[in-house]
Design a protein around this ligand. Structure first.
Ligand code: PMT
Length: 407
């Protein structure tokens, strides 16, 4: 996700997770953002000022009374400058000060002057017992009520103190996704979106199946883009090899490996859905019978058989079923993956399945379609209108599709 020209203020407090923040800053800068840093004095026990200055390309604000400060009031000018503030890691101490409005160092004075005016993301990280303490939970409950603030839940896992529990700061890609949420206009707020992703697996016997090359990347990029814009997303996943970020839990995942399971999951979700985007590569045919035991090669060989036939039957068409039961106000978007007569085939599917738009990608385009990180698509609408999105990352394609559809 591009962050060109965005001004991001990163606030660091004194926890071991601070060691990850220089890597995050590099990644934000790589995405095009300008980054400045404010810290508590203790944060500099875990990560050096020189490192932070080098990766951000800007002097670090860590001492309210330092003679070298550009202005005497950087805790006021930095919040003016930034588009959003990320506090990561946020220690129990900083959370308690935030909730109480205590401002006694470079970071907490900056937070106090930012929190009412700019989007703020807070990523608590600490020992699990400190996280569970009533004081921390009260502080978090207070902070959660503030309209500009989003709290990124700590995750379960091994903690620096040697125990396993809830208290880890989420990984860098989750933090970066949380930053992009805070910077994205919430144009899909209140919308419930159903997305299918990945390929289906149609079982032959307990060890074999028919499938395709879909990785889930395109569908996941769409799910993230909708969630970023404020939608509540239900993601029905077939077989996938990719992963996705879900910093604020707006994406609910349902696994449905076969075409029939995916059909049942989608039909159950459809009545409470505003927009469905069907990106999964669903098998059109599945074995008519599934063998309950592994089909043995040697038995066929003994009978002198060197061929084997599979009888296939049509799977249910999810898009068609949703299209036929579509209610006023619901929108159905499909995908078409073609290898020839692309536009004609896609438009035929759009009409036959009662879709409101279809996104065409072709396996004839290098860098498009299955498994790769990029795609090139044409968004086709029933009124002969279309939007071409040239080759770019699947993340940017997803954003482009949503914008082309007016979401
Ligand atoms: O996952 P990736 O590796 O990132 O790859 C992405 C992709 C290439 C899979 C994706 O961009 C894509 O093109 N998805 C649709 C692939 C496909 O099955 O196209 P189709 O032309 O066969 O199907 C047309 C539409 O009907 C699709 O929306 C499909 O989800 C839907 N369909 C198809 C069969 C069926 N039984 N039920 C359906 O709903």
């Amino acid at each position: 996700m591009k962050l060109s020209n965005k001004h991001i203020l990163v606030g660091i407090s004194g926890g071991i997770a601070a060691y990850k923040i220089p890597e995050l800053i590099r990644s934000l800068v790589k995405a095009g953002a300008e980054v400045r840093v404010a810290t508590t004095p203790n944060a500099l026990q875990f990560v050096t000022e020189l490192t932070l200055q080098t990766v951000s390309g800007s002097r670090v604000y860590s001492d309210v009374f330092a003679a070298v400060n550009e202005h005497a009031t950087e805790h006021i000018s930095l919040p003016e400058w930034c588009d959003m503030l990320l506090v990561a890691p946020a220690t129990a101490n900083v959370l308690a000060k935030m909730a109480a409005g205590i401002a006694d160092d470079a970071l907490t004075t900056t937070i106090a002057s930012c929190v009412a005016r700019k989007p703020v993301v807070v990523a608590p990280a600490m020992n699990d017992k400190m996280w569970e303490s009533p004081a921390t939970q009260n502080a978090i409950a207070t902070i959660r009520q503030w309209p500009n603030v989003r709290v990124l839940e700590p995750v379960e896992g091994p903690l620096a103190c040697g125990v396993v529990g809830k208290g880890r700061m989420p990984e860098i890609d989750e933090l970066q996704e949380a930053v992009t949420y805070a910077l994205t206009p919430q144009t899909m707020s209140g919308k419930r979106v159903l997305i299918t992703a990945g390929g289906t697996q149609e079982k032959i016997d307990p060890v074999r199946f028919i499938s395709n090359y879909s990785s889930g990347k395109m569908g996941f990029a769409l799910a993230q883009a909708c969630a970023r814009r404020g939608a509540e997303v239900t993601l029905v996943c077939g077989a996938v090899s990719a992963s996705f970020c879900n910093p604020f839990g707006r994406i609910r995942r349902i696994d449905a490996l076969s075409a029939r399971e995916m059909y049942q999951a989608c039909l159950a979700e459809w009545p409470q859905t505003d927009i469905a985007i069907l990106c999964a590569a669903v098998a059109d045919f599945a074995p008519a019978e599934q063998a309950s035991e592994k089909i043995k090669k040697c038995e066929n060989e003994k009978m002198g058989k060197c061929e084997m036939s599979l009888r296939l039957t049509l799977t249910p068409d999810i898009a068609k079923a949703l299209g036929e039961s579509k209610q006023a106000g619901q929108r159905l978007i499909g995908f078409a993956l073609e290898t020839e007569h692309e536009k004609e085939n896609a438009l035929r599917k759009l009409e036959r399945k009662h879709m409101d738009a279809i996104v065409l990608n072709s396996l004839r385009d290098a860098g498009a379609g299955f498994a790769v990180d990029t795609n090139r698509v044409t968004v086709l609408l029933p009124n002969d209108n279309s939007f071409e999105l040239p080759l770019q990352s699947k993340e940017s394609i997803a954003e482009g599709i949503l914008s082309a559809l007016g979401f």
